[in-house]
Every structure is written in C-alpha cells, then in structure tokens.
Design a protein around this ligand. Sequence first.
Ligand SMILES: Cc1ncc(COP(=O)(O)O)c(C=O)c1O
Length: 391
Amino acid sequence: MSISENIRKQMNDSSWIRKMFEEGIILKEKYGTENVFDLSLGNPNAEPPDKLKSVMNSIINNDEKGLHRYMPNAGFQDTRKSIANNINSETNLNFTEEEIIMTCGAAGAINVFLKSILDQDDEVIIISPYFAEYLFYIKNHNGIPVISRSNKDFLPNLEDLSKKINNKTKAILINSPNNPSGVIYHDEIIKQLGLLLEKFEKKYEKSIYLVSDEPYRKVVYEKKCPYIFNFYKNSVVVTSFSKDLGLAGERIGYIAFNPKISNKSDLIDAAIFSNRTLGFVNAPAISQRIVKELQDSVIDITFYKSKRDFLYKELIRIGYKCILPQGAFYMFPKSPIKNDEKFVQILQSKRVLVVPGVGFGTPSHFRISYCVDDSTLEGSIKGFEEAFNEI
Ligand SMILES: Cc1ncc(COP(=O)(O)O)c(C=O)c1O
C-alpha cells in the first residue's frame, strides 16, 4: 500500500464522480463530442468583463521592479483595501484591509479557514444539498462533517440544525447562492440562523463560526444575496472571483472576517499562517492586481439568465418538478424516479450527462449545470424529454 489509507477511502467514497466522468468520455468517443450533452461540470463559460484586457495590458506594461515577488502572506494591501471598500458599500460595517486575506480561490479560502479553527474531531455542520468537496475539505483538517437537512425549499431546517449542534461544533458552513439548488438564503433565514447560533454559543460558552461560501454572490437574477455580517458577529465570508469575473483558472479569492468577530487578531493571524503553511504562500500576484481594478465589474449576468429561463421553461413543459434558481448556474430538479443514480443512467443513454443528487447529500434529485453553450443546452432537451417519457 503506497498511498494513504485515508485518501484511498475518500477516493472510493467519491468514485461516482470518476465513474460518471469515465462514462462521459466513452460516450463522447462513441458518438462525437458534439452529440453528447455534457451538463455535469460547473466550469463557468461566461467570458470575463471587457475591462480585464486593458487591466492586464497595464499590468504587463508596468516596468516597476518586484512585480512578481512574494508579498505579505495575506496579500497586497491595496487589493485588500479595494475589496474592503466594496463590502462597505453594501454593509454598514467598517471593513479595512486588516480583515481581508487573499486566497487561491474560494476552495483555498475554505481550507485556510478550516485549518485555522479545527482540532482533531471537531465538527463542521453543512446543509444538504451541499457542494460535495466540503466533505473532503473538512476531513483535510481532521474535522468531522455533520450533515443537516434543508426544507423542501432547500433553505436550512433550523429544528434539525439545532439537534446537530453540540460541544464539538466549531462552524456551520453554508453556501448561498447555492450549488446545486440555486437558492439564495434570504435575510430572515440568516437572522434566525444567527439567533440560534448565539443561543448555542452561550450554552457551550464558546465561539461557533458561521462561514458563508459565496462565489456566486453576484451571479443572481431577480434578488440580491444578503451579507451575513449584520446578522451574526462570529461570521466569515469565503469567496472568489471564479464565477463573477470568470477567472476560475486564475485561482483568486479571499476570506473576509467580520470586523466584530471574537478574538479577531488571533484568528486572522492563524489564517495568515495557514495560508502560508498549507503551501499556498500567497494568492497569485497578477490575479490580485487584476481584481483590485475590477471590484465594480461583473460578467454579463443575462448570459446565464437566458440559459436559466430557457432550461426551466423546457423542464417544466416536459413535466419535471424544479425550483426556479435565483442565482448561480445550476438547476436541481426532482428525479422522476426515486433512484436518482438510475435516472442519471437513463439520461446517459440519451447522451445527456448530469450529476446524481446523492453526490450533494440529497438523493432523488439531479444537478444540471447550465453554464454551457446554447447549442449543448438546446440539444439536451430531446434527451430530457425521452427519459421523462420512458419512466
Ligand atoms: C459552492 C462552491 N464553493 C467553492 C467552489 C470553489 O471555487 P473556486 O474556484 O473559487 O475555488 C465552488 C466551485 O465550483 C463552488 O461551487
């Protein structure tokens, strides 16, 4: 045995991802890529805002020395300041650069924060449906993921949540707008969540962090996504520019700590240390300079909205049951048969690739990524219709 038993187990637990991926490759080889409708990946396909080119040109043409060197592990001060100002424009809190740490994407931000707070067997609660990688991120730092269910509307079920909180609970990790459901956690639910956590903080005489993963904050259609900061003191946002600026490959994100968070300087020092020692060292320098200039920019939201509207209308016409997503670029319909893995296989036989809900801790559903070309989306409808009519 040459590899870690732990990793082997985790790879086996997620083998459905590999299986799905491999079956996709076989189908594409057999029928040609253009005849397979792959809606399984969340790779944002909107191009970055036009301003990116001029910003990159000015970075490239800057003759200043030391542009590509290491910087403080938290990141460039001016970039952090520009992000703090952007958050201040939407909250009444006074963020400064001190409360922002630049990271390698939201994934880096989550890992840095979890590394900084978790001791062996501490628990982190996640709400199903959840982003599948959370399970591994929590285990990366010797934590235990605890799953709490949501209501029919995919908002947290607070009764269930309160049963899951105990003396070992270190954090609740939420995600809004949500991957896979597209649901936004509204003001009222965050307020109630905050009140609940305050009650448990008192009971157990310790901090319980509310961590909100928000890479889709600006990818919203009718409603805005509220910030958690005004509802709960011990709150942290982990996020990135992967989706709202279309920079997923450039690995740039940040952690924002509530300016009123308990033990602030200790916590921030720990996160800066973790950013360094997890081997990230610092977020990429060029990406930091880019996002500093793009705080007011966002990809063309209508690009995803028209895909959402088209897909939703078609699925409802066929007879699928689905909540209209308010943000992100995923849809999470109910599987017409209880066994979602079986239904995903039926869709595969129609050359449509989606992800079973079991992967998000919510069986009997399946996830569709609609961040694909219009032709792929349009081409998939026939398969959705045939599969629905077949069962
Ligand atoms: C909910 C959620 N969190 C985190 C990430 C990771 O994003 P990043 O590319 O910024 O690391 C993703 C990526 O798909 C996501 O969907």
